[in-house]
Design a protein around this ligand. Structure first.
Ligand SMILES: NC(=O)c1ccc[n+]([C@@H]2O[C@H](COP(=O)([O-])OP(=O)(O)OC[C@H]3O[C@@H](n4cnc5c(N)ncnc54)[C@H](O)[C@@H]3O)[C@@H](O)[C@H]2O)c1
Length: 321
């Protein structure tokens, strides 16, 4: 395979800020075609990335243009039919998080990918943030992670659900980043207890959980959407070493009781201050393209994403009273 031919469905805001520019800089990727219902967006991105074949009907695009893979970047409640169609047409598929609205949708997509021999990937970019990857590598040199935490705080004071008019809940749509990263740090979850609350709103906007992982580690999820500002941080502890990470900024790594941490600057580790690079978006696309070229399943494939969606469901079911 010389260049991986990619069809793009969705020319919206995240797609344009992260996915189009990342793919465009890869020498081994070619945009085969682009599709969006909105002709302005279609032509803006089509012109910018010099994509000749333009469609408003994704089925027509998939049937008329030769391509290896499709990026389907759009709101979660619009995702399912398009993803199943592309998989049934033997295309490898990349989607953003969340991987559908329910765990059932994610499982159906995983099974359809498997049946068709397709590779799949969900953009859980936190796992690909260079400073996160480096911090985990340094901590795990001392042994397995014994305790980890993921915080995700936002200030969304809306009394009504801020996600697509209420099509999907806050935990599944967005705080899922913290849930997925806990699985990446700690492994699968044996048992958990959670406190979920509606803080001045008609929807759940605070999700806190204590988790016991199969390997014995302890995990903490701490999130609410009525915080002072957006804060999204992680901790990883192994014997004699602790990493405190803000993926947007830096990782502080303390070891052996030294009060001076090793400081990893997120931009320095990424080699760039562009957020698509320092925040893992370019690296996740690189992983997807490499997996296609090597015929191996991406780490954040649909079957793996189903486990994160299942954990989201278990958080709701483990409410303590
Ligand atoms: N990883 C992250 O940190 C992160 C951050 C923000 C958003 N996201 C995710 O990105 C996704 C949204 O991406 P976006 O911001 O580019 O979306 P957007 O809403 O800005 O754009 C979606 C585009 O899809 C098009 N579209 C909808 N249905 C279509 C169809 N059937 N055929 C063709 N085009 C269609 C729309 O016209 C629109 O242009 C969401 O899943 C969101 O959760 C992830």
């Amino acid at each position: 395979m010389e260049k991986v031919k990619v069809g793009m469905i969705g020319a919206g805001s995240l797609a344009n800020s992260m996915h189009y520019p990342s793919l465009a800089e890869f020498d081994d990727v070619e945009f085969a075609a682009i599709c969006d219902l909105d002709e302005n967006k279609l032509n803006n991105s089509g012109d910018k990335y010099e994509i000749e074949k333009r469609y408003t009907d994704y089925k027509k695009m998939v049937s008329e243009v030769e391509m290896d893979a499709v990026y389907i970047i759009m709101p979660p409640h619009h995702l399912f039919d398009l993803t199943i169609h592309c998989l049934n047409n033997k295309k490898h598929v990349f989607i953003e998080k969340p991987p559908g609205v329910t765990a059932v949708q994610t499982q159906s997509m995983a099974l359809t990918a498997e049946r068709n021999g397709c590779l799949s990937m969900v953009g859980f970019n936190r796992r690909f943030i260079p400073v996160m990857v480096e911090a985990r590598r340094i901590v795990e040199e001392r042994g397995p992670i014994l305790q980890c935490s993921a915080t995700f705080y936002k200030n969304t004071m809306s009394p009504t659900n801020p996600y697509y008019g209420g099509a999907i809940d806050v935990l599944t749509c967005d705080a899922i980043h913290a849930v997925d990263t806990l699985r990446w740090m700690g492994g699968e979850v044996n048992a958990l207890a959670s406190d979920i609350r509606m803080l001045g709103a008609e929807y759940c906007n605070s999700f806190n959980s204590l988790m016991k992982f199969h390997g014995g580690a302890t995990g903490f999820l701490l999130t609410n959407w009525v915080a002072g500002k957006r804060v999204h941080t992680f901790e990883m502890h192994a014997r004699g070493i602790s990493a405190f990470i803000d993926g947007n900024d830096s990782a502080l790594i303390y070891s052996d009781n030294n009060s001076d941490p090793v400081v990893l600057n997120a931009d320095d580790v990424a080699g760039s201050s562009e957020s698509r690079k320092s925040y893992g978006f370019t690296a996740e696309s690189r992983h997807f393209i490499d997996c296609i070229k090597e015929g191996r399943m991406p780490d954040t494939n649909f079957a793996d994403a189903f486990k994160t969606m299942e954990l989201v469901g278990r958080i709701y079911l483990s409410q303590i009273h």
